[in-house]
Ligand binder design. Sequence first.
Ligand code: UDP
Ligand code: MG
Length: 336
Amino acid sequence: MSNNPVISIVSPIYNEVGNIQTLYGRIHAVMEATGESWELILVNDGSTDGSTEALQALYAQDPIHVRVIHFSRNFGHAVAVTAGMDYSSGHAVILIDADLQDPPEMLPDMIRKWREGYEVVYAVRTKREGESWFKLATASLFYRILYRITDVDIPLDTGDFRLMARQVVDVIDNMNEKHRFLRGMVSWVGFRQTGVEYVRDKRYSGETKYPFRKMLRFAWDGITGFSYLPLQLATYLGFAIAALSGLAILLVVYLRAFTNAEPLEGQATTLVVVLFLGSVQLISLGIIGEYLGRIYNEVRGRPLYIVSNVLGIERVSHAGACTNSTSKRRQEKKNE
Ligand code: UDP
Ligand code: MG
């Protein structure tokens, strides 16, 4: 039995009720024009705004192309996308945001590059419409820092809007990390990668799901997932402060032994030094704690996501829960 579509399009949905129909409409128009067979996998990441009903309706409208995965609660963008990849069956998988900031009209270009032999085709934003200068500035700073301190070369100005060949999708699905910094993982995997340029549109409707707090967590996932630099900072700082204190000791001995200088006034200086060292130590401990928490999360080995219901995909046995490493769906596929 092999009626697998060639292209799987995966889109995470978290409270996107106003975007679902338009997203489907534009993808449908574009994909029918390419003549490729395709499926659209919509992962409902615990929406509470009527998206759930909208997805049911969309499935009823086009059960040939539409597949829906409902999560038991909100698990976050990267996990939702991973689930979509897990359940996809196409030879190539395309990740696209549901808010139409990533224009579906780019899909044919990406597919063409894939046909030329690239395993990863990422979309590079040349311009971003309707984002605050603050978001643009922090994003730009973050990617430039990340670029400097990590060993993987994450291309600048790319998001998760990208096409991946089946080989790459399978590798990513088998990378078990719980804190998934997807764009880093895809770069890390290697293969032949290339970019196509596009202008990032405004959100079609609704609001961003990434307030500043979540963006910080996202940035921190990227850094800790791909760099030890924060851990090494304590060592570097330690050496720097030790060198400074060495000099200070020499200075004090010199003043005492060879000059008539007044003895150094103590209280305030001592306090400042103690507080400074105390805070450096606390920060270092905190950084170790961050990594430790991540290790704890990994070894606990909880499932990455919990599926409550699927539409258009053969039911993945009764449990529903599935870790990405032991995807029941994939095992079933092998058994077929
Ligand atoms: N999203 C999700 N789970 C979340 C947050 C976001 O599935 O916890 C989805 C959201 O529905 C959208 C995509 O991820 O399709 C990108 O989110 P958003 O547009 O809010 O991020 P931004 O473009 O503002 O960075
Ligand atoms: Mg968006």
